[in-house]
Design a protein. Structure first.
Length: 387
């Protein structure tokens, strides 16, 4: 097996395993399960470096490394002594540049897309089974965090849409059946998100689909047939069992505050703006946002907004760099084949929208997916450098 294929294959398996571990296999506790992956993320590129060379995507890699440096500075500024959470957060942000490096060619991108697409099937089945077991009367992720489960589901949408598009434009004899399967899987994923009853992630799913829909409209100058195909089964969604659970969450007294989110944001911003110049510019330090939220809400520690979390802990510099990494794939998507553009644009839309209501920047798959999105657009660039 070529080292380039091994590199991307390890990343693809890691993403699929992580999606399953926090959802379908949430009851399994395997200490150190992902450590071999992290070792491979370093060793395989090193092996490539000393053999055929590593293709470095200079601009996104530089931005990722700047953010890593900002996070390292956040460790120094933190008011609390280093612990396991600090080490974990360092690993989390390092996964961005490592994921970027793992994908050396379009074959690697296809491997990651396949892993995400295939992962959607057990995620949907697990959600449906959990909802059925409780009579479609509560949130589906009983043993897991429903927001996390919904976030993972949303991340699969760009991969399914990208694969479905490539089947539609292929000359494969069975392309119609494959496109129909992709359409049904997209609708099933959206239904699973609804069953998780996460208002913020339902919005993220809508933003993701809208972004990819706009991309297709711009490319084809008219609504592609697949958009009409999606609309037909989607019409049935409001009448499916379990939808009322999400509908009821939109009628509670906490809707106006977004489940207390707006109150958390207001309190956190008010406290953060009382700091000095350096607090605003480079942040208060790693994990300090948790203490700030806990100071205003004794039982809460999350800002429920990744941009606000980064602003508090890593300052203006951190927010600018993270935003740049999210915008970079959008700025180059016009140069890509439509299938790759759907994957890159969809992933960025999903990550940005989910970041508005969750602290996704503290999760492993946020940075891995961001690395994949940037790798997708730079694979077609002429300024990649091979070392």
């Amino acid at each position: 097996m070529r080292l380039e294929a091994l590199s991307a294959g390890v990343l693809a398996i890691y993403m699929a395993a992580f999606l399953m571990y926090d959802t379908v296999l949430v009851g399994w506790l395997v200490s150190g399960l992902f450590y071999p992956f992290y070792l491979a993320f370093v060793m395989v590129p090193v092996a490539l470096l000393v053999t055929t060379g590593v293709r470095l995507q200079v601009v996104p890699l530089a931005l990722f490394l700047v953010f890593v440096a900002v996070v390292a500075g956040g460790v120094v500024r933190a008011q609390h002594p280093p612990n396991f959470d600090v080490v974990q957060q360092l690993v989390v942000v390092l996964l961005g540049p490592l994921a970027l490096i793992q994908i050396q060619d379009r074959g690697g991108l296809r491997a990651v897309r396949a892993a995400l697409t295939l992962s959607a099937v057990p995620l949907v089945a697990w959600t449906l089974q959990a909802a059925w077991q409780q009579g479609f009367t509560g949130r589906a992720a009983v043993a897991s965090d429903p927001n996390v489960a919904a976030f993972y589901l949303v991340l699969t949408l760009p991969a399914v849409a990208s694969w479905g598009h490539d089947q539609a434009v292929s000359r494969d004899r069975g392309r119609r059946l494959k496109v129909a399967l992709a359409v049904l899987l997209i609708v099933a994923v959206v239904y699973a998100v609804v069953l998780q009853a996460s208002r913020g992630l339902l919005l993220a799913a809508a933003v993701t689909l809208a972004a990819m829909g706009v991309l297709l409209l711009v490319r084809y100058r008219r609504p592609p047939a697949a958009l009409w195909w999606v609309s037909l089964p989607a019409v049935a969604l409001p009448w499916l069992p379990g939808v009322n659970v999400l509908a009821e969450r939109f009628t509670t007294e906490r809707v106006a505050s977004g489940g207390l989110r707006t109150l958390i944001w207001e309190a956190t911003l008010a406290a953060h703006t009382q700091g000095g110049f350096w607090d605003a510019f480079i942040g208060r330090g790693m994990l300090e946002s948790r203490a700030m939220v806990a100071g205003a809400f004794a039982t809460l520690t999350s800002t429920h907004n990744a941009f606000l979390h980064v602003l508090v802990e890593y300052g203006f510099v951190g927010v600018v760099v993270m935003t740049a990494l999210l915008l970079l794939p959008l700025s180059r998507a016009g140069r890509l084949p439509t299938g790759d553009a759907l994957l890159a644009v969809g992933l960025v839309a999903a990550l940005a929208a989910a970041a508005m209501t969750l602290n996704t920047s503290e999760t492993f798959l946020f940075w891995v997916a961001l690395g994949v999105a940037n790798a997708a657009v730079w694979l077609h660039a002429s300024d990649g450098m091979r070392s």
